[in-house]
Design a protein around this ligand. Structure first.
Ligand code: FES
Length: 309
């Protein structure tokens, strides 16, 4: 389409004074637009194409609050990154152990595989050469998983790069290469981070089960137990609703009738997949909340209330 081509923009004003959606089309078709029943006036504004990548030369014709989702995305992701970076580097108060009759470990530090981990925090603490915070070893997996997630990609491309900020809003960039070049072509490793994320989910589920053990007093339930269980549940929901997971179960099948097990799995996962955005935000916020809770208990700021059998 020529960047100087001209189109007609018809704004329909109904009798009740409320704005109707604007309708855009060739000027020669504007007579057809008067067919809307309650329209009383029709004004035509010429729009010259010439904006980003051939769109109108104004950023958007939208009048709703399209900017709210990108602002929320930037706010929440920035807060999460700031908190998790601090929590990963601080390297203390991530485990509540036998001295407090608890077995609670922060999800940011599990599995704690460095020899420098707090005694009792994990049986597989083996890497003696790792001298800095053990969280930095572990967070590569959830970070890579979320960074390459199809939903988060949409969210942060819109929120941070304005590419575009929303549907019907001009892209902030003049060129578009998609995810065909470095570094964005690396987003294709998402399925591998999905596999690693499943391993992490198993470990965090074991942590949640182990948190029922209250050393010195027996088996019990505390607020910390509930927090770790809910955290593990949200992480499973996030992983099982992943697009890569759904494709793994039902993708590439020519006939579902010949793959009944995969069909059943695909049908079970599809409703979860439809809520992937919800699970993405819930699991993100809750994993930070779980770390914060363990941190507050470990530092002695709050008491982990509970009971034992
Ligand atoms: Fe979001 Fe896979 S698409 S985790």
């Amino acid at each position: 389409m020529s960047s100087t081509s001209e189109i007609g923009l018809a704004t329909l004003a109904p009798a009740n004074g409320r704005a109707l959606p604007t309708v855009q089309g060739p000027a020669t078709r504007r007579n057809a637009l008067t067919a809307v029943d309650d329209a009383t006036t029709v004004t035509v504004t010429p729009v010259v194409l010439g904006g980003a990548r051939g769109g109108p030369s104004i950023p958007t014709l939208r009048r709703d609050r399209w900017w709210i989702p990108p602002v929320v995305t930037v706010t929440v992701l920035t807060a999460f990154v700031a908190y998790s970076t601090w929590a990963a580097f601080v390297n203390k108060d991530y485990y509540v152990g036998a001295a407090a009759h608890r077995n609670l470990i922060s999800p940011f530090y599990s599995p704690c595989v460095a020899a420098s981990c707090v005694p009792g925090s994990h049986p597989w603490a083996a890497l003696s050469w790792w001298k800095i915070s053990p969280a930095l070893l572990i967070l590569i997996v959830p970070l890579g998983f979320r960074l390459t997630c199809y939903y988060y990609r949409k969210a942060y491309y819109r929120g941070f790069w304005l590419a575009p900020a929303a549907c019907g809003v001009a892209d902030a960039h003049g060129a578009y290469t998609g995810e065909t070049r470095l570094p964005l072509v690396l987003q294709n490793v998402h399925r591998y981070f999905f596999y690693l994320g499943l391993c992490l989910n198993v470990i965090l589920t074991i942590d949640a089960v182990m948190s029922f053990d209250q050393p010195g007093v027996g088996i019990g339930i505390s607020v910390g137990t509930v927090v770790l269980c809910v955290n593990a549940a949200f992480l499973w929901l996030y992983s099982l609703s992943c697009h890569a997971c759904r494709h793994l179960c039902g993708g590439g099948v020519r006939q579902f009738s010949s793959s009944p097990v995969r069909h059943r799995l695909w049908k079970a996962l599809t409703p979860l997949n439809a809520r992937h955005m919800l699970f993405a935000w819930m699991s993100l916020c809750f994993v930070a909340a779980a770390d914060l809770y363990v941190r507050l208990v470990a530092s002695g700021t709050i008491h982990d209330y509970g009971f034992h059998f």
